[in-house]
Design a protein around this ligand. Structure first.
Ligand code: SF4
Length: 167
């Protein structure tokens, strides 16, 4: 029996999966990282500051930092306090773009993630959307496993809120 409902997959979960599969599994089971972790507290503070700038969409509870039209297509912008894993940030934003595109039946949507001076552009072309759909299916299959993969030290452990839990 499936223990994880695929409709519960979020952009954050996609980011975690691309960063560390163990982290994604723990998060999916609501085993939350240390709430006093500096990175998490900083993220919460930033989220509160940005709250007024966020736009709500009537079709869902999705929220983005900024969405606008640029030369005939939609452009979603997301600001991050840090970007230790640009690939994770890219896939997270692509997930949001995919949700917007399919929900609103948009023709073209692109995105960018901004962290300090760093900017990562995300193209919403067909190949990327297909890759995202395959990733979502892969994450769903992965999250059906009854236990997380074992701890394996990696370059993201140092800044991870689960580091005390894992070691
Ligand atoms: S501490 Fe390391 S192994 Fe554990 S969840 Fe975080 S990144 Fe993954």
């Amino acid at each position: 029996m499936t223990e994880f409902d695929p409709s519960l997959i979020t952009g954050t979960l996609i980011h975690y999966y691309v960063t560390c599969k163990r982290e994604a599994w723990l998060y999916s089971r609501k085993i939350h990282a240390d709430q006093w972790d500096e990175n998490i507290l900083m993220g919460k503070a930033l989220a509160e500051i940005k709250e007024e700038q966020l736009q709500d969409f009537p079709f869902s509870n999705l929220k983005f930092d900024k969405i606008g039209k640029q030369r005939g297509h939609y452009l979603v912008t997301e600001y991050k306090k840090s970007m230790s894993n640009p690939e994770g940030a890219r896939m997270q934003l692509l997930f949001y773009m995919w949700q917007l595109k399919t929900s609103l039946k948009l023709k073209q949507i692109n995105g960018k993630v901004i962290s300090g001076r760093r900017v990562v552009f995300v193209e919403g072309n067909e190949a990327n959307m297909k890759m995202l759909e395959e990733l979502v299916a892969e994450v769903s299959r992965f999250l059906e496993r009854p236990a997380p993969p074992p701890f394996a030290l990696n370059k993201f452990c140092k800044g991870c809120g689960y580091r005390d839990y894992c070691r």
